[in-house]
Design a protein around this ligand. Structure first.
Ligand code: NAG
Ligand code: NAG
Length: 239
């Protein structure tokens, strides 16, 4: 009997520890652009932290978020945010996202930019969609500060998509964030000598940052690369 009680206490303790650890990695978010990619219709679960644990237990690879309604106790597992996914309905409850990307402020010359890095490689359009789901766009080095201080933003070894492409009109490079054509002086400044060359099979429409020289090159949009998302920086009233 004593042993049984001790076991029960220990099991209870372990359960409390594991559920609280996993649920703290989930952040409550209010998506405005993309809804969660629901993995099933879900189940009824006794608490939010239990919903988090069961989501991870049932979908170890795919569970990246979940919906939980405190009143109905409905728990819906999801795989993070996706474009063309409906926003959470009232009945589905609140959305909790696992390891929601943290945008950090980087000093760039006299300005700051709000960036998040993603090292899991994606093709260009998927990378831009992933940024949009976070109310962001692929990074746009569209000022002299951003161009001069590109070394502050690059990370060693990673070739990273930035928000510049000429997919629509060959040779007309536009920023992902506003579809405005890059100014001629910036275009000359940012590309590696001899680039953009639309090289190989004439199919290089998307721009990436090279880790070796901190310069830009055009590549095949269907190559998978790491990427940088940029959120608009909130205006600093003292600036
Ligand atoms: C839970 O579901 C009920 C019934 O659909 C709804 O009225 C309520 O707003 C939901 N709660 C949350 C937190 O979304
Ligand atoms: C910051 O201020 C500029 C100029 O007034 C404005 O165009 C821009 O929309 C503002 N950005 C934000 C995020 O509020």
């Amino acid at each position: 009997m004593k042993l049984y009680l001790l076991e029960a206490v220990m099991l209870g303790f372990i359960q409390v520890v594991t559920t609280s650890v996993s649920s703290t990695k989930f952040t409550k978010i209010q998506p405005s652009v993309c809804g969660p990619v629901r993995l099933s219709n879900g189940w009824v679960d006794r608490s939010r932290s239990s919903c988090a644990s069961n989501c991870k237990a049932r979908y170890p690879q795919e569970c990246n978020s979940f919906l939980y309604n405190k009143s109905t106790k409905a728990c819906i597992p999801a795989n993070g945010l996706g474009s063309n996914q409906p926003l959470p309905s009232l009945g589905e409850g609140d959305l909790y996202h696992y390891q929601y990307p943290d945008f950090s402020k980087f000093p760039i010359g006299s300005n700051t930019v709000n960036l998040a890095y993603f090292t899991k490689p994606l093709i260009y359009t998927d990378a831009e969609s992933a940024c949009r789901c976070l109310d962001a766009h692929l990074y746009s080095p569209d000022s002299w500060d951003k161009i001069w201080f590109i070394g502050n933003v690059a990370i060693p070894r990673y070739y990273m998509w930035i928000g510049l492409n000429d997919m629509a009109v060959e040779g007309k490079f536009v920023w992902a964030k506003n579809v405005q054509e890059i100014e001629a002086v910036y275009k000359i400044a940012i590309f590696k000598p001899g680039q953009p060359d639309n090289g190989y099979n004439g199919n290089q429409d998307c721009v990436f940052l090279t880790p070796d020289s901190y310069e830009f090159d055009d590549g095949d949009c269907f190559e998978q690369k790491a990427y940088i998302c940029e959120k608009p920086t909130l205006n600093n009233s003292s600036a």
